[in-house]
Ligand binder design. Structure first.
Ligand code: HEC
Ligand code: HEC
Ligand code: HEC
Ligand code: HEC
Ligand code: HEC
Length: 485
């Protein structure tokens, strides 16, 4: 039998059984999704590939390739079903309808089938690749799913808004990738069933170690010296009086002789700790590995039980846990907005009123937007009619800014509100960081067996050059008074 003869013998039954609805629909699905996909790729290749809506991404990169594969699967399924049906009915033909290979139309058909199969492979391959890299993109991680709205909002305005989520959240190597996909699938199912935790708990244990993330970009060997921190605050009086904090932070680092100093330097040593809660807010013991190989253990005086639990080695993220997802305090958020003009400090009592409005409880972001806006407008309309008529633009702008501050920090449907996520930077100071931060260990209450205590001395970390002062002399000495006003 000739080559063609053999081919014809196999093809005849396929073509015969393939002539059924299921296989035809399968063929149509595959062809149609292929056309759309190729069309989309051509368009995006020629430049129209700006930031796309994540739902478009889901359709293009996940659903369409899914349909395409489904179509491919339906074709043999239809063939098999029709074969089974005819066999049961005893209607299998003894001889399948003739295929005439000399017929040029039919030969062209076979060539097309072969070519189409090849193209299908290319399409499925490319589509899966794109699907996977799409799932790794910040758009997918942060925006496809409203559950991540708080982290996404904070990410977008952070200094790391161009670092991909997976660069910090998914470790390198196959093990980490599998772990992430399994975890991700679990979370996807939780979201579909609606039984995800609210708020989502932040935890350092799922993150890559700082060595593989932060330190890829920020070299700890480059840290050295002091950092001057100028904080500008506004008061609750009619004039929103401005005051300043001025701190020289002893940031330190590693010098050229490998000596460690200051805040950065000391914690580059090998410190480990055990916490009694999953967000590491209650630290019960700290182990310091000394140069001679011994370990000094500092235990919290408040902890009466034995020290046990997961030991974590301290790294950048224990202090900079909010390097990317920065949730503000109401005070810091308004002070910042008043400094950059979004909330005009010339509006009487705008600080006091603004604080009140953004801290009130609302059922949703939409309801907050309406009530914050009407609250501020009512205040000026009834109390300061001159401002209401003369500075309407400033009032509108302040209302808009307050709504934006609220939407960036409070998510009622995820039960995320002011202070939900603790910040490891600094320490509990009125109006500023509400979480203990450095004082989780530096509370003067963590002591070793030989009587040493982790320091609580203010001046070890910073010189407080001015605290809540209207006109700190140091600022004008530095020529910064103008800039800070
Ligand atoms: C530069 C590093 C970095 C990048 C980039 C980053 N994150 Fe995070 N993320 C963190 C750290 C650190 C925490 C832990 C915060 C804490 O413990 O308070 C965290 C916590 C979270 C949490 C809380 C739950 C958990 O796993 O701890 C979510 C959700 C999250 N990130 C989502 C995202 C998404 C979505 C993106 C991208 C849009 C992103 N992250 C990008 C560092 C990063
Ligand atoms: C892909 C590179 C990259 C990675 C990874 C990265 N950063 Fe950054 N980081 C930057 C850049 C670039 C900036 C400066 C952005 C700017 O000034 O707008 C920055 C800014 C910062 C700042 C603010 C500095 C300032 O002056 O306010 C801190 C703090 C910081 N990073 C800490 C971290 C920590 C902690 C991690 C690990 C969780 C990390 N970074 C991971 C690139 C990175
Ligand atoms: C013990 C807590 C702590 C640890 C650990 C820590 N930092 Fe910091 N870091 C700070 C403090 C405090 C500041 C100054 C805060 C500010 O600017 O408001 C700071 C500032 C920074 C800045 C900004 C520097 C500048 O000049 O403005 C960068 C970048 C940074 N840290 C990166 C890192 C990286 C990377 C690591 C890990 C190798 C790390 N930090 C570990 C506490 C820490
Ligand atoms: C997990 C516990 C822990 C946290 C959180 C922590 N530290 Fe420390 N820190 C230590 C330990 C332990 C030492 C070493 C104490 C000793 O040797 O007596 C230390 C030492 C220091 C030193 C050197 C003290 C000296 O005597 O010279 C400075 C400065 C410092 N820390 C600043 C900070 C700052 C600022 C923060 C917050 C941004 C912070 N630490 C957060 C555990 C911690
Ligand atoms: C373990 C180190 C450490 C110790 C001890 C410490 N501070 Fe601080 N403090 C910090 C850091 C770090 C910041 C900066 C936080 C930031 O970047 O916003 C800060 C900020 C402040 C601020 C500015 C407000 C704020 O939260 O930004 C004040 C005021 C302050 N400290 C007062 C004190 C006083 C008073 C003491 C002594 C009782 C003290 N601190 C002890 C590390 C320390």
């Amino acid at each position: 039998m000739s080559q063609f003869g053999k081919l014809e013998k196999t093809l005849r039954p396929i073509l015969f059984f393939g002539n059924n609805w299921i296989s035809l629909i399968g063929g149509a699905l595959t062809t149609a999704s292929a056309f759309v996909l190729v069309g989309f790729w051509v368009v995006s290749f020629f430049g129209h590939s700006g930031p796309i809506n994540p739902y478009v991404g889901i359709v293009i990169d996940l659903c369409l390739p899914g349909l395409f594969v489904l179509g491919l699967v339906l074709i043999p399924v239809g063939i098999w079903l029709r074969h089974k049906q005819l066999k049961t009915a005893g209607e299998l033909p003894a001889v399948y309808p003739q295929i005439d290979l000399k017929d040029p139309v039919f030969r062209r058909g076979i060539e097309i089938v072969v070519a189409a199969t090849f193209i299908n492979f290319v399409i499925v391959g490319t589509a899966s690749y794109r699907g996977i890299s799409y799932m790794d993109s910040p758009n997918f991680c942060g925006q496809s799913c409203h559950v991540m709205a708080p982290q996404w909002a904070a990410y977008q305005v952070s200094p790391h808004s161009h670092v991909a989520c997976v660069d910090c959240h998914i470790g390198s190597g196959i093990g980490a990738a599998v772990h992430a996909k399994v975890n991700g699938t679990k979370q996807l199912i939780e979201v579909m069933l609606g039984n995800y935790p609210t708020p989502i708990k932040a935890s350092l244990s799922e993150l890559r170690p700082a060595r593989a993330t932060c330190e890829e970009c920020h070299s700890p060997t480059r840290f050295v010296g002091e950092k001057l921190l100028v904080e500008t605050m506004y008061g609750d009086d009619e004039k929103n009086s401005m005051t300043h904090n001025l701190l020289a932070l002893h940031l330190g680092g590693v010098d050229s002789l490998s000596r460690l100093s200051g805040i950065h330097g000391h914690h580059l040593d090998h410190y480990e700790y055990v916490a009694s809660d999953s967000t590491n807010q209650n630290i019960i013991a700290v182990n310091k590995h000394n140069a001679d190989g011994s370990i000094t253990q500092f235990v919290s005086a408040d902890w009466k039980g034995p020290v046990k639990g997961v030991t974590r080695q301290m790294d950048c993220m224990d202090c900079h846990n909010q390097a990317t997802h920065i949730f503000q305090t109401p005070q810091d958020a308004i002070d910042e907005a008043m400094q950059d003009g979004g909330v005009n400090p010339a509006l009487p009592f705008v600080h006091k009123k603004g604080m009140e409005l953004i801290q009130a409880e609302y059922t949703s972001q939409a309801s907050a937007a309406t009530k914050i806006t009407s609250g501020l407008e009512d205040f000026y309309r009834t109390q300061y009619s001159g401002i209401w008529t003369g500075q309407r633009g400033a009032v509108d702008m302040a209302a808009k800014t307050l709504v934006a501050i609220y939407n960036r920090n409070v998510f009622p449907d995820m039960k995320v509100t002011w202070g939900t996520y603790p910040n490891g930077m600094g320490h509990s100071a009125p109006g500023h960081n509400p979480s203990p931060g450095c004082f989780r260990c530096h509370d003067g209450n963590h002591t070793s067996k030989d009587g040493k205590t982790i320091t609580n001395d203010c001046s070890v970390c910073h010189n407080l050059l001015a605290s809540d002062e209207a006109n700190p002399k140091q600022l004008s000495d530095l020529g910064l008074q103008q800039a800070a006003q």
